[in-house]
Design a protein around this ligand. Structure first.
Ligand SMILES: [Zn+2]
Length: 259
C-alpha cells in the first residue's frame, strides 16, 4: 500500500502493535533488585489477633500473711492452769540459766517509761525506726542491754519477750532475802509499763493481766507466794514498782491459786 492511507495505517495501527521494523530499545539487563528483607507473609497460620483479656495478676494462691512468732515457752498443758493470752515480742537480750537451775521467784518492776513502744524497744533491744534504734543504742551504751520475760502494756496486753527457761536480764545485782546469789538465774522478771514517778497510775487492765499472769507462773513453776517480790525488795538500789502500785492485789490473786 502506498499513499496517505498506507502511512496512516503504519503510524496509528502497526506501530503500537510492534509490527514495524523500528528498532526495539536495547533490552538492558534490568538491575537485579537488591535483596531486602523478606517481607513477612501476611497470611500466616497464627490465630487472628483478637483482643485478649488482660490476665489477672498472680492468679495463684493468695500470699500468706506474715505469721506471728511462735510462743517462746510451750503453752501449759494443765487444764486447771492455762497460759494466758500473750503477744510474742522476742528480745535479743538473754542467755541460758545455769544448768539444773529451777525457777523459784517472780520479780515485778516498773519500766520507768510510760510508753509501751519505747519500753518494748528498750527491753527487746530492737526497733523498727532509725530514731528508736538510736535510743536503744544510747541506752545500752549507758546501762547495758536489759530485758524481762514479760511486759505488761498500759492496755493490759501481756508481751512475752524471753522464754521462761531462759535467763532474762532484769534484776541486776539483786538477791532474794536470805538467798544469796544472782536473782536473774532463778527468777522470772515482769516489767509493768509505768513512768515510775508515783503519780502515773497503774491501769485496771494492767492489774487484771497481772492477776492472771503471776498466779499462772507461780503455779506452773511452784513458786511460793513469798518469792513473788518487787525489785525494791531484793536490792536497796531500786525502788520499783513505785509506791502507788497495789502489790497486795497480786499477792492475793497468787494466794488464791497456789495457796
Ligand atoms: Zn526494776
Amino acid at each position: 500500500m502506498v499513499g496517505p492511507f498506507s502511512r496512516i495505517l503504519r503510524n496509528t495501527v502497526l506501530r503500537p502493535l510492534g509490527l514495524t521494523s523500528s528498532p526495539k530499545p536495547t533490552a538492558k539487563a534490568a538491575p537485579s533488585p537488591t535483596p531486602g528483607p523478606t517481607p513477612k507473609p501476611t497470611d500466616t497460620f497464627e490465630p487472628s489477633k483478637k483482643p485478649q483479656p488482660t490476665p489477672s495478676p498472680s492468679p495463684g494462691p493468695a500470699p500468706t500473711p506474715p505469721q506471728p512468732p511462735a510462743p517462746l515457752t510451750p503453752p501449759s498443758t494443765d487444764p486447771t492452769n492455762p497460759t494466758p493470752p500473750m503477744v510474742v515480742r522476742p528480745s535479743k537480750n538473754f542467755n541460758d540459766r545455769p544448768a539444773g537451775q529451777d525457777i523459784d521467784s517472780i520479780v515485778l518492776h516498773h519500766t520507768a517509761d510510760g510508753s509501751d513502744t519505747s519500753s518494748l524497744e528498750t527491753l527487746t533491744g530492737k526497733s523498727s525506726t532509725p530514731w528508736g534504734k538510736a535510743k536503744v543504742w544510747y541506752k545500752e551504751q549507758r546501762g547495758g542491754p536489759v530485758s524481762a520475760h514479760y511486759v505488761i502494756g498500759k492496755d493490759g496486753t501481756i508481751y512475752q519477750l524471753v522464754g521462761d527457761q531462759k535467763r532474762a536480764w532484769h534484776a541486776g545485782e539483786g538477791s532474794l532475802p536470805g538467798k544469796p546469789g544472782d536473782v536473774n538465774n532463778r527468777s522470772i522478771g515482769i516489767e509493768i509499763v509505768n513512768e515510775g514517778d508515783g503519780k502515773d497510775a497503774y491501769t485496771e487492765a494492767q492489774y487484771k493481766a497481772l492477776e492472771k499472769l503471776v498466779p499462772y507462773l507461780a503455779k506452773r513453776y511452784d513458786v511460793p507466794v513469798d518469792n513473788v517480790v518487787g525489785h525494791k525488795d531484793i536490792t536497796s538500789k531500786k525502788h520499783d514498782p513505785s509506791p502507788n502500785f497495789d502489790f497486795d492485789r497480786i499477792t492475793r490473786a497468787t494466794e488464791e491459786k497456789v495457796g
